[in-house]
Design a protein around this ligand. Structure first.
Ligand SMILES: [Zn+2]
Length: 464
């Protein structure tokens, strides 16, 4: 019998993927974030998280599953979960990218357990501590694409994944008797999609027993064409089918919309989507407009590209040190300058600073929601955002939805499954995994919290 044992703690019916692969006394766990649940989120900005009890509270609230041997005894405060100190397994945690549903709970992991993130993800995290003014809570170990590393007898090789966050990766996992691929979050319609297709050519040559795949868009509520999803939508192909949009289509649409517009262009994006920051900077140039960023976004752009974009001033009672320096050394564009010639600017605005837009009342504006907070239409903040923009009389534009922007369309997902050609496939990160087209692979639906062995590519319940 195979010695490779898997446990699906979470992610087989939604987000917050947390899975372990164990071989004898070595174990890797991939991803360690809480699912994105805006309507049931306890820490809504009003309820204060408790620092002393963060591990216990997180487990009790279901933000993180009770993984054995990962949390320090004193942090568990009597919860019935095997503490790190009593566990004889050599563990490591892999994070596929820096979005919160994959790593928000990494601060709860015992500091003795190594946590791996791509080099670029670590660069971004280091910068987020500075711009968000949060304390650094732990160190990470960097990995590179295509460079294998080991956790005891388990070998891990990261692959490039087309996702908006820098350093996004999938993991090829080899134990002495099995080969597994975990896709991480993946799509094939970003501006670097070809790189992701090229990775599939390499993976196709591997004999993969089990594919664990991000199948977000199989759920109609999260795929924009869900209601009219017909058969063709699920047939494996690389094509961008009618009605599906690429990341580039969004930039082109904004270009057309602002090209002859005499007012201000405003956009709201997520600061962790670094390549989009870069593309919006370039789009400003293409339009003959200056792209003006809030200091934190400009800081991130500078770290990854060396570009010093113009910044705006954000009103706050205490100005953090990094901003003080930027406001002296960098080009600062005042609200007055923008008001006088709005057609010369493309302005980035984060929702938390939405009130700074009232500086431009009376100016014509087009506001592009590019998947920044609030992330989805079902959030209360979405209505507040729309309300403020209505008061300013600005036009509002949004594209597909967060899930379709960040995850592979169903036909491209089926193409991935076909190329990898694993014996068995498990769909994760989806509310309706049974709608995946598993092509020639056998799709199985493991129960969360139970052990499974992987023998000759077959996933079977394991009773110790
Ligand atoms: Zn995700």
């Amino acid at each position: 019998m195979s010695k490779t044992v898997l446990k699906f703690y979470r992610g087989t019916h939604g987000m917050g993927v947390c899975i372990s692969v164990t071989y004898e006394k070595d174990r890797i766990i991939f991803d360690f974030g809480a699912p994105f649940t805006p309507l049931a989120q306890v820490y809504d900005g009003t309820v204060r998280p408790r620092n002393v009890s963060k591990v216990k509270d997180s487990i009790l609230l279901g933000k993180i599953p009770p993984v054995e041997g990962v949390f320090n005894r004193k942090e568990l405060q009597g919860l019935d979960v095997l503490p790190y100190e009593e566990c004889d397994i050599n563990s490591a945690v892999m994070i596929c990218h820096l979005h919160l549903d994959h790593m928000s709970e990494a601060d709860k992991i015992a500091p003795e357990i190594p946590v791996y993130i791509h080099r670029d993800g670590i660069r971004l995290q280091e910068l987020l501590y500075v711009v968000e003014g949060t304390a650094k809570y732990r160190d990470y170990i960097p990995f590179e694409y295509h460079v294998p590393f080991r956790v005891g007898q388990i070998e891990i090789t990261p692959f490039y994944s087309d996702h908006p966050c820098p350093g996004s990766a999938g993991f090829l996992i080899r134990t002495p008797d099995s080969t597994i691929y975990y896709s991480g979050d993946i799509r094939f319609h970003g501006t670097d999609a070809q790189k992701a297709f090229d990775e599939l050519k390499i993976l196709k040559k591997e004999k993969i027993d089990l594919l664990i795949v991000d199948a977000t868009t199989t759920s109609p509520s999260e795929f924009v064409h869900g209601t009219k999803m017909d058969k063709i939508m699920k047939e494996p192909s690389q094509d961008l089918l009618e009605g599906c949009i690429s990341e580039q289509d969004i930039y082109d649409d904004i270009y057309r919309s602002l090209k002859d517009f005499g007012g201000l262009g405003i956009f709201n994006q997520y600061d962790r989507d670094v390549s989009m920051i870069r593309h919006m900077y370039d789009l400003g140039n293409r339009l003959g407009r200056k792209t003006v960023f809030e200091p934190s976004f400009a800081c991130i752009l500078h770290e990854f590209t060396g570009i010093r974009a113009p910044i705006c001033h954000i009103d706050s009672s205490v100005i953090p040190a990094y901003r003080e320096q930027m406001e002296t050394d960098w080009e600062v564009i005042s609200a007055d300058e923008i008001r006088k010639a709005p057609e010369r600017y493309l302005l980035q605005n984060a929702y938390r600073n939405i009130l700074s837009l009232t500086d431009f009342d009376g100016v014509q504006g087009k506001y592009f929601h590019l998947f920044g907070e609030p992330l989805t239409e079902d959030q209360k903040a979405w209505n507040i955002m729309r309300n403020v923009l209505n008061k300013l009389g600005w036009q509002f534009f949004s594209y597909s939805n967060l899930y379709s922007f960040s995850h592979a369309y169903p036909n491209q997902l089926a193409y991935l499954v076909k190329q990898i050609g694993a014996k068995t496939v498990v769909a994760v990160h989806s509310k309706e995994p049974e709608r995946l087209n598993s092509v020639d692979s056998l799709q199985v639906f493991p129960e969360e919290g139970k052990d499974y062995t992987l023998t000759d590519g077959e996933l079977k319940p394991w009773n110790r």
